[in-house]
Design a protein around this ligand. Structure first.
Ligand code: CTP
Ligand code: MG
Length: 187
């Protein structure tokens, strides 16, 4: 595996984790995940984290992941068959999607504890909470797969690719969402 291939694979395996954030903006609204509860004078998570966003975002991200599995299965000569054997691969794409939005919830929890209002900018946290959540859950669900993809050979390049593209993509998508009137803040 050469470096270019490692970059493409890093991007490819992380798509199920990238999709849920944007999908949550589209699906979001209604009942907040924290049910409006407060902890130490601040909302536990806030109005920006809703059940519809969570469930819609995870479902959409996992669905895209399933499509990727289908594509990889039919075009395996392209080397996109990197989620491991079926059916564990299904669990893995689900874990990537779920982990992303669980990480996002943790990020919101931290922001509220720091006294930041919903939508306040938290450099670093906003971009990487879902990356950490997603990678951690994937590691828990399938440590063997995680090691093969990210730690062996050029795998570290795949991991670095994710860390580099995420802030760029995050920012770009949020600016587009803001311009389209879907998102309140451009971050
Ligand atoms: N969203 C949602 N449910 C989620 C995650 C996101 O409904 N679990 C929707 C909300 O409408 C939210 C928008 O997606 O406002 C953008 O998400 P994000 O930027 O993560 O939330 P913020 O509004 O910035 O809130 P916070 O300060 O808590 O991050
Ligand atoms: Mg935000």
């Amino acid at each position: 595996m050469d470096a270019l291939q490692a970059i493409v694979i890093g991007f490819w395996v992380f798509i199920p984790a990238l999709v849920p954030n944007s999908a949550a903006v589209l699906f979001g609204g209604g009942l907040p995940v924290d049910l409006g509860r407060f902890w130490r004078g601040k909302r536990v998570l806030g109005e920006g984290k809703t059940w519809r966003g969570l469930i819609g975002g995870v479902s959409f991200g996992a669905s895209i992941g399933l499509l990727q599995l289908l594509l990889a299965y039919n075009y395996d000569r392209w080397g996109f068959d990197v989620f491991g054997p079926f059916p564990e691969s299904m669990l893995l794409v689900f874990a990537l999607a779920l982990g992303a939005l669980l990480g996002d919830l943790c990020g919101a929890f931290i922001k509220r504890r720091l006294g930041m209002e919903r939508g306040a900018k938290a450099a670093g946290l906003d971009q990487y909470d879902f990356v950490l959540g997603s990678l951690l859950l994937a590691l828990l669900i399938s440590p063997g797969w995680f090691g093969t993809i990210f730690l062996q050979g050029d795998g570290i390049i795949s991991l670095l690719t994710i860390l580099v593209i995420v802030p760029v993509l995050h920012r770009t998508v949020n600016i587009i969402g803001h311009r389209l009137g879907l998102k309140k803040e451009p971050w």
